[in-house]
Write a protein of this length. Structure first.
Length: 180
């Protein structure tokens, strides 16, 4: 990637506050990046900090952060970028032939409620479809009520436990929507 992304998503986004939230969210670009890049590591750090606050998750207790599984060719990590700053992220990884999983989906607090989460979820589904997945799964924790509501609104249906994530309490699946 030739452009340098900044890591102060909230501060850099302040310039755009004059426009409506949906207009700001619609102007965000999605960029596939190496999941070990500084901008990706920063965004995932924000994700881990939030889930740590919400339900006590401690990423330092995990032996592997899962970044390698979100790298090409079997995966893809995406940053949502506004004014050169990462304001959201998420990734897709292959969990079995034809089945992908969305991981590490996070939207900065300053960007919530503007439709960016829905746009990011759709983009990740389309990425999963492009990777050859005919089913997309994801998991969540019961305290992440906004995420669970988003997944239901997007057409995800509850399924039984499909992984060994000890922090997940809800499991979902849907057929991904291809790019138009």
């Amino acid at each position: 990637m030739a452009r340098r992304l900044t890591f102060a998503g909230v501060e850099d986004s302040q310039r755009l506050r004059g426009s409506g939230p949906r207009a700001r969210a619609a102007a965000v670009r999605f960029e596939a990046v190496d999941p070990t890049s500084p901008a990706a590591v920063w965004a995932v750090g924000r994700y881990f900090a939030e889930i740590g606050r919400r339900f006590g998750f401690d990423p330092s207790a995990e032996p592997d952060d899962g970044a390698a599984s979100l790298a090409a060719p079997g995966g893809c990590f995406v940053l949502a970028v506004s004014a050169g700053a990462a304001v959201a992220c998420g990734g897709v990884r292959t969990i079995e032939d034809g089945v992908g999983e969305i991981k590490r989906m996070w939207v900065d607090d300053a960007w919530r409620g503007a439709g960016l989460g829905s746009r990011l979820l759709l983009h990740l589904e389309q990425t999963a479809h492009a990777l050859g997945h005919h089913i997309v799964r994801l998991d969540s924790h019961e305290s992440l009520t906004e995420a669970i509501a988003l997944y239901g609104k997007a057409g995800y249906r509850p399924i039984g436990r499909y992984n060994d994530n000890p922090h997940a309490t809800h499991f979902f699946e849907r057929v991904p929507r291809p790019r138009p």
